[in-house]
Write a protein that binds this ligand. Sequence first.
Ligand SMILES: C[S@@+](CC[C@H](N)C(=O)[O-])C[C@H]1O[C@@H](n2cnc3c(N)ncnc32)[C@H](O)[C@@H]1O
Length: 290
Amino acid sequence: MTMLEPQTDTVLQSSYQRSVANYWNNNPNDDRVNVKLGEVDGLYHHHYGIGEPDLSVLEGPESTRQERIVRELHRLETAQADLLLDSLGDVRSTDRLLDGGSGRGGTSIMANARFGCRVDGVSISEYQVGFANDQARQRGVSDSVQFHYRNMLDTGFDSRSMRGAWTNETDMYVELPDLFAELSRLLEPGGRYVCVTGCSNDVTGGRSAAVSWIDAHYGCMIHPRSEYFKAMTANNLVPIAVTDLTPATIPYWDLRTHSELATGVEKPFLSSYRDGSFQYLLIAADKVGR
Ligand SMILES: C[S@@+](CC[C@H](N)C(=O)[O-])C[C@H]1O[C@@H](n2cnc3c(N)ncnc32)[C@H](O)[C@@H]1O
């Protein structure tokens, strides 16, 4: 069944969302990193990495050092998406999954390769949607992996149609109660939601200057950790696992400081992760009730 894609003004519901879409349609500086890393194997991510880097990439011939760093950063970003998919639980080939804020599509393509099921990604960047659909076509999976120019707060998909849903570094662009209301509507009873996000640590008090710097750089609104659990509870999403990925992402950021693709965001990320004011979390939650 082909569904009509909504028109621009119904997708972008506020001037804030228009500015976010504009950023992702035209972000040459940050994009340079994502495109370069994606060219390693054709999986394009717009998220960060986790795991122990192989620091031997910093040794050896200088002429190929940058290329080795790029491959290693990309491996760690793919490892992050793999961990997210590990957390989706039991997914069958007849199930359907939603990628909220799908970027250039890397995580959706990995999900389809792993589970063999249908995956729908939504993004408010028309450019990204076109790019990701091209990737799906090139891989011969465009029947089962489709990207849509839609808002993840109002996807238009049927209620209870998804076995699983995830947001990979996208919830900082929306209000959490609105996002979780829509995801809860889409999930079938017992369906799993997985979120990987950077949040501010409200246990240590107010927002640090570094967290505000990151917000200003990306035009996003990083949420305090406590907001996630309040908004999930209010929307029938019951956490089953919460993993603090902060220690696992710091080595990735350290390695990035050695890359000629470094954009300057490395310093606030590292300082806020190290002083405890910012945290990289994975939250998995199940939908209870109808
Ligand atoms: C940091 S990127 C993450 C992309 C992707 N999840 C990944 O891991 O590669 C943020 C994404 O969120 C999308 N986004 C932001 N607000 C959105 C909204 N309200 N609805 C749908 N997508 C949104 C942007 O267009 C962009 O694709």
